[in-house]
Structures are given as structure tokens and as C-alpha cells.
Design a binder for this molecule. Sequence first.
Ligand code: AMP
Length: 547
Amino acid sequence: MLDGCTPWPQDVAERYRTEGYWRGETLLDLLDESVRRVGGRTALVGPGTRLTYDELDRRSRRMAAGFRARGIRAGDRVVVQLPNTPEFVVVCFALFRLDAKPVFCLPAHRAAEVRHLCELSQAVGYVFPAELNGFDHLGLARRVRDELPALLHLFVYGEDTAGVGAVPLAEVDAEPEELPAPDPSDVAFFLLSGGTTGLPKLIPRIHEEYAYQARAASQASGLGERDVYLAVLPVEFNFTWGCPGVIGALQQGGTVVFAEEPTPDVCFALIEQEGVTITSVVPSVVQMWLDEAEWLDNDISSLRTLQIGSAKLHPEVAARVEPAFGCRLQQVFGMAEGLLTFTREGDPQETVLTTQGRAISPADEIRIVGEDDREVPVGETGELLARGPYTLRGYYRAPEHNARAFTADGFYRSGDLARLTEDGNLVIEGRIKDVIIRGGDKVPADEVERHLLTLPAVARAALVPVPDTYLGEKTCAFVVPQGTPPSLVELKEALRARGLAEYKLPDRVEYLGSLPLTGLGKVDKKRLSAIARGEDAPAAAGLLPAG
Ligand code: AMP
């Protein structure tokens, strides 16, 4: 296994194999099998592109040879940041063929995140779009390449009109060659963690466990070979890529359709045109679809299942889904680290509307623990710990963090607060980790605070969530200023200039003379949240407004 990764203990891995969860298959085997079975069927649909399984196979083999000819080797890490297009799948399967490791990077990420991902993974290559939503990714690539001498190979989706020395993906093409097959128990690709303490970590996902995750998720959502999956959220999200998502659909021999935007006009038109049967979205997207559904006259009757997850879905919103869209709602709790729970077909309505369902694998182990790490009685809320055949055993190259993030017996501490109902369904109640869930995006407070503290006008900073009708949560930065407090616009501009993604920029800023502390001397974020919500006044907290 790649250096810096934590394997499952040997006896556990053996058990997962003998019990049939892990089948010694790579993600390439999974595609090869579908190519053999349904080669002529449509695999991928994007704006102006349709690829059959045979074509996907041919193109990814040619691209693998092209990457090799340009210097990418087995084991190399390559950061991949592409919009929702079939090209993303072609690039990933080409890298899998080479046994190079894609590192997934969201299209919304900017120089700070791309640099961090490249450094952390010691990437030698970076695949990016020339331009997206008006943003100059060529300029970003130049900036990152100039700072990181190890980043030797740039590949652009589109044209290198700025002369940064990037090879257009269309030219990454050579006669296919026989390459050694990757090891099923080795890393296939890396996902970015939604946020933990410190800077974001990389999650190694292994061929055979991810193949299993996709299979188990397909079974739990009833995805089969006649299904058409619509990728609405960024394809780099675990939710979109493999829950069951793109990988599940390709494994089954189904079709994946890519939406460029999550808006209802774009998505409903695609559902109608392509006969989409299943898709997955976050609650803020559902809200937008519900609001606009009555204005659109597309026939979306092909839609059978709408998976909703990644953030809390309120029961009142959940109750509107089936009547509005005429399809089944499936609640999903998931994390890029592993564990997935789904509500199921046939569950009572109450379960579907108010819980996040049950684990997708019989081998998943869930523990709900109190502060003393002991299990709490059923029905009580505690921290959710998870272990199982597709839940990681360690972040990449993070031994110190891993010592805290896992129990001695290998359970992952999710940082989520949850309870189990009498009938075994999971309900997410909140979180203890310092992450703000803004729509579907995870904003790690610590990361934003670090950036704020580098600004000359900021002496101290704390980022807290504030409730928001549409996004669920927004961010509010409490800042102790140094000199004249900057306006929110100036603060955002300064963070943008540091290369921070737009979704991480504070939605609101409040200035204080000092930050309230807990008895243990840590910043009292509960109190700050209450001040942000208007439920506590700075003066009552003994704080002076700045200035
Ligand atoms: P990510 O790894 O980016 O998918 O983020 C995983 C985190 O998203 C989880 O640890 C939860 O904090 C949150 N999350 C995922 N699904 C749900 C859900 N259905 N309800 C509430 N929070 C969720």
C-alpha cells in the first residue's frame, strides 16, 4: 500500500474478504466488466458529449498512454479539478489504468486549497479547466506551479491561451499499451475531508473497499442497469462519485448524466430529456427545486429516487419532496471518510421523514458514545463512531491527527452528534467538530480563522455558524481588530486575494474588544453563536464592541 496510508488490520481484511464484502477487484475491473456486458450502451452524457462504455474504455486507455508519454508514472499523485463533465471520468479511469492516484479537488477551490492539496499529496500533476464561471484557472495554475517546483505537469481542459505550459487534455492521447494492473488493496484516489481540526486532510480510498461501497450503496438505493443517474452536485463529492452515484451507475451498466448547474431549469430539462431515474442533492438544492417546481413544466415522471444528504434535512422540507416531485425520498447520511446510512424503500413514512436511516452494510459498526467514550443507552445523543469495510483507518500522512481521530480499536470519531432510534435508525443531532455546513459545502472554522489571522487588521478571530433558511447555516466571523476595523467587503477581498474559496469567505463580520473564553481558556463559540443569533448581547457577555 502507498506509503503514508493506514491499512486495515490483516485479520479484519481477511474477514471482509471471506465474508464477500471485498472481492479483490479494482475500479478498473468494475468498468471492464460493464464494458464486456453492455459495451454499446451509453455510459456518460455531458453537454455536447455522449460516450458508450466501449468509447469510455477506449478513450481512457488512450489517455492513460498519453499521460505516461508525458511523464506520469504509477504511484504519482495528480490533483484533478474539473467541472461536471464526462472528461472527469475519462481522466480518473486513465489515471487508475496507470496506477497514478487522482486527488479530488472541488471546482470552487482556489489557490490556497489547490496549493494545500498539491503539497499534502506531493502531486506531480494538476488537471484543471482553462476557465470556469468566469474564473481564470490558468492564472491559478501559473501561481501554484510557480510556488511548487514539484508540480511538473499541468494539463488543461480547454486551451492554454495564457501560455502557462499546460498540455490540453485533448492532446493527452497515445496508442494504448498493456499496463500492470493496480493492486486491489491499494489506494485508488484521494478525497478531501470535509473538515477536521487543523488544515483539511486527505482520505485514501482503496480500490476494493470503494468498489464494495458502490455495490452496497446501489443495493440500498435499488440502482440497477436500467437506471440513469444525474450528477448534480460536484462530481468530486463522495456523495456524487460513489454513494452509489457515478461509480455505482458504471458498475451496474447504467448511464450517468452530468448537470453543469444544480438549478431546476437545467436539471429538470435533463431529467426529462435523458429519462433520469435517480439523483442526489443537498437540502439547499432541494429547497431551490421546491420553490421553482411549480414554474417549470418539464415532465420529470421518470425520476424514481431523490437522495438527499450531506446536511440536515428538516422534516417539514422532507414532507414536501414526494408530493412535489412524485418520486421516493431517500435520506442519506454520509461522509467522505466512509460510513453511509440510507432510509430504505418500504420504511415507514415517519422513518423516511425524520431519520437518516440504517447503515448500508451489515458489517458496518456504529457506536454512540458519551464524553467518557462509553456507549450511551439507545435513544441518547452522543458522538457517532464508525468502523467497517469502507470506513478509513487513517488519514494520509497524518499520524498525530490519526492518534486523536481514531479509537485504539480502529473506530473513526466522526465529530457528529447522533442518536439511534429503537428500530435502529440513525438521527444526526448536531456536531462537536468545528465545521460549518453551508448548503452542501463544509467550511472548516479553523482553516478560515488561520487565514483571518494573517491579515494585518485582525488581532483575533473566531468563525461560528448562524442559522439560515436556505443554506441551513451561514458563517459569522467575530474579529478583534488591530487598528481600524475593515468592512466585510474589504475583509472578503483580502481573503480572496489569499486564494481562499468563495464559499469559505465569512457571510458576516462582527467586531469585539475581546473574545469570550470558556472556563478552560478556549474561545467560547457557543456564546459567540448566541451573540450572532441575537440571543445574547456582547455587553451581557462582558465584551465591549470594538472601536
Ligand atoms: P463530507 O465528508 O464532506 O461528506 O461531510 C461529512 C459530514 O457532513 C458528516 O460528518 C456530517 O457532519 C455532515 N452530514 C452528512 N450527511 C448529513 C445528514 N444527512 N444530516 C446532517 N449532517 C450530515
